[in-house]
Write a protein that binds this ligand. Sequence first.
Ligand SMILES: Nc1ncnc2c1ncn2[C@@H]1O[C@H](COP(=O)(O)OP(=O)(O)O)[C@@H](O)[C@H]1O
Ligand SMILES: [Mg+2]
Length: 336
Amino acid sequence: MWIDLLQLINFRSYGKRSFRLKEGTNLITGPNGAGKTNLLEAILFASTTASHRTSGNSKLLREGEEAFSVKAGAFGRKGRFRVEVVYRKGSGTKVRVNSSPVKRESLLAGFPAVMFSPEDIDVVKGPPSGLRRMFNINICQLCPRYTAGLIKYRRALQERNTALKKGGTAGLEPWTGILRKYSEELTGERKRFLERLGRVMREVAEEIGLESPPEIHYRPSRYRESSLEKDIEAGFTTWGPHRDIFIFLESGRNMRDTGSRGQARMAAILYRVSLWRMLRESSGTEPVFLMDDVFSELDPEKRRLVAGCVSARQTLLTAARPPEELEGKANVIRLR
Ligand SMILES: Nc1ncnc2c1ncn2[C@@H]1O[C@H](COP(=O)(O)OP(=O)(O)O)[C@@H](O)[C@H]1O
Ligand SMILES: [Mg+2]
């Protein structure tokens, strides 16, 4: 897939702005604060209806505005199509494809994008909450069933927590049973995703000659006999996928404790490259590849390595100044 036209209205620093993009490499340059990351974030938002930087969509609204939209024209497997994602305070996010309203799930598979950003490194080295959020967004991209399951789970969790807040066991049923069922479904999807991811990560690691690739350890949080008592005491649900633990391991050691920034960077690259390949397989089209600030974060060797592992129809890179290696090879978009 590749995007030829991008239109932003009230997205972060943008009032109203259009961009013409080309197939191949697009370089977005401009000084710090010019809106380079915002532009990539807008594409990722149109692809996933979520931001990699914030969980609240209202933060993406240009200050003082009530609604924003990201529109894109793109070429996919079946020719050109148009995508429009609109967020309005109070009524949430709405998606249209070729002017017809569609569910979020149907967009996720048809408009795939993957981004590598410096923030990934902090996520890999960070607490489970960041990893849960990252994996949730990416499993949703790969598996529409997971998106639906996550929505059901969150609703049931809210109902059960409301009952727990009121105290006692009244109103807890049927929510415990429902939540346990939805939990098992999500846990199963997460396991399948991580198994597939592990295989692809090992495959990529072998291609690039990385001897002991990082692994991801998954510790699901499950309902136990003692859970009910614990929940009543705490006043909220203390188990379930919203409490699952994910850990990036380097030679069997938790990267959060021992990993260097270099190791975490390598793990993040491997993750994004693998995700790109998985998404290509499930969507049947090459996802757009977005690379934020890679020239400050990755040395030339690692950049070549990424380029060798990802054969995107379209790549968007950001850099404060146009790097020599791209001279004459990229469509340059200057922001100021
Ligand atoms: N919701 C928002 N409303 C208005 N401006 C915003 C919003 N969010 C971020 N910005 C502005 O966007 C700019 C940062 O843009 P960014 O894309 O991160 O820059 P860079 O080119 O360095 O990547 C900052 O000036 C920031 O104030
Ligand atoms: Mg930036």
